[in-house]
Design a protein around this ligand. Structure first.
Ligand code: HEC
Ligand code: HEC
Length: 365
């Protein structure tokens, strides 16, 4: 069987990590899964409904069928269009190349029951906290992940998470051609930041949509952050109701998390009782100085901290156990949940480097 060549450096690390003993794993960091309780033995995800254009009986039909608009777009879509996962809407087609059928309609082998990748990951690949940011990832990395999902080697540490099994099912249903088309489409998109990281102790009151995400309707700080990261849409109606891919996110993180995370990411060292302790390897070695990936190593900077936290925890529990996951096991094995939280807070706060200024703009300053 022909395999995608991932990376040579990786192979050496896989061999090294096989002997590493996994440190004790702490309970699930609930905030990263949008949950209020730990999973219990026997818990399972209910299968997600197939995409459809049915009217919802508990909502006014006119509200569901009237055309909507968003700022800066000339498109008009109803809520029925917006919720139709088999015909992904596109508010800003000028932002990206034309969506191939796999991204707009989903795997052909599933017919009408197929979901387009853009329905969860958005047509611009930015993704959302409950799924994953896929834009700008290397083609080989992207395809390897699809193979890992298809092989059941990327499942979630919370068995209640509903969309990870859907992702696995979609990966199993894709042809080689569709995998390549999706990978090339998303890889061609440059990542632009859309998450604002705010350090805080008290945050606006949050409503938790179980298994999904935090939503707020208030602005006044009334709720204790209590060691979590809370990632929430800047405007819940724009982001969730209308799936506006220009509407950004706020990540509230504990005070001091960004500086602590930066130290771990840059040096692998944490301060414990005032003393420096080596806990991990500096991430730039593999993920690039700007954390935007190198070669086939993925980008991890300025992306959803909830997603990144789930992945780091999944590497620890072995639920993410794909072909190259073993390279990440020694990186996370000595890091506590709080260390991982600080790391993803820092990573999310990064801005991808701006393109180098041209001679003209430089001298104009
Ligand atoms: C129902 C929502 C949903 C749809 C539709 C969907 N995905 Fe995903 N995808 C996910 C979730 C959820 C994850 C992250 C899994 C987790 O957090 O446990 C993910 C992760 C991924 C990743 C891994 C990203 C990384 O950085 O490692 C890739 C690649 C991916 N999806 C590609 C696709 C492609 C291609 C399609 C279209 C065929 C698709 N997805 C459709 C939900 C979805
Ligand atoms: C020795 C190389 C190496 C080092 C050092 C390393 N990584 Fe990784 N990382 C990888 C590889 C390879 C993958 C892809 C694993 C796979 O395919 O499952 C990865 C994947 C990840 C992912 C998942 C990305 C996604 O889109 O799903 C995260 C998050 C991550 N690394 C964070 C870190 C952090 C934080 C550090 C530093 C503390 C770090 N890595 C250090 C090699 C490395």
């Amino acid at each position: 069987m022909k395999r995608v060549v991932f990376c040579v450096v990786g192979a050496a690390f896989v061999a090294a990590s096989v002997v590493s003993i996994q440190a004790q794993v702490e309970p699930l960091p609930l905030w990263a899964w949008g949950r209020s309780t730990q999973p219990q033995p026997g818990d399972k995800a209910a299968p997600q409904a197939s995409p459809n254009r049915n009217l919802r009986p508990n909502e006014d039909p006119n509200e569901q069928t009237m055309p909507r608009t968003v700022q800066g777009s000339s498109a008009k879509y109803s809520l029925v269009d917006i919720r139709d996962g088999h015909n992904v809407i596109d508010w800003f087609p000028q932002d990206h190349p034309a969506m191939p059928s796999i991204v707009k309609n989903g795997p052909a082998s599933l017919g009408e029951a197929a979901r387009g990748c853009g329905s969860c990951h958005l047509p611009n690949g930015k993704g959302r906290p409950e799924n994953a940011p896929v834009a700008g990832q290397p083609v080989n990395y992207f395809i390897q992940q699809l193979r890992d999902f298809a092989a059941g080697r990327r499942i979630s540490s919370d068995p209640r998470k509903p969309n990870t099994p859907t992702m696995g099912m979609l990966a199993r249903s894709m042809s080689e051609e569709e995998m390549l088309q999706a990978a090339e489409y998303f890889a061609a998109m440059k990542w632009t930041p859309w998450i604002t990281v705010k350090e805080a102790e008290v945050i606006p009151e949050m409503e938790l949509e179980e298994g999904n995400m935090y939503i707020t309707h208030g602005k006044q700080p009334t709720e204790k952050l209590a060691g979590r990261i809370v990632e929430t849409p800047e405007d819940a109606w724009q982001a969730n109701g209308l799936r506006n891919p220009h509407s950004g996110w706020i990540a509230y993180v504990p005070t001091g998390a960004v500086a602590r995370g930066r130290r771990l990411v840059e040096t692998g060292v944490a301060m414990v009782g005032g003393k420096p302790v080596r806990k991990t390897t500096a991430c730039a070695t593999c993920h690039g100085a700007d954390m935007q990936g190198v070669g086939d190593f993925p980008a991890i900077g300025s992306r959803s901290p909830s997603y990144m936290m789930r992945m780091l925890y999944d590497f620890k529990t072995g639920r993410r156990n794909g072909t190259y996951a073993a390279i990440m096991v020694p990186v996370v094995s000595d890091l506590s949940n709080d260390d991982l939280r600080d790391i993803v807070a820092y990573l999310a706060s990064l801005k991808p480097p701006a393109p180098a200024p041209t001679r003209q703009t430089a001298s104009a300053r």
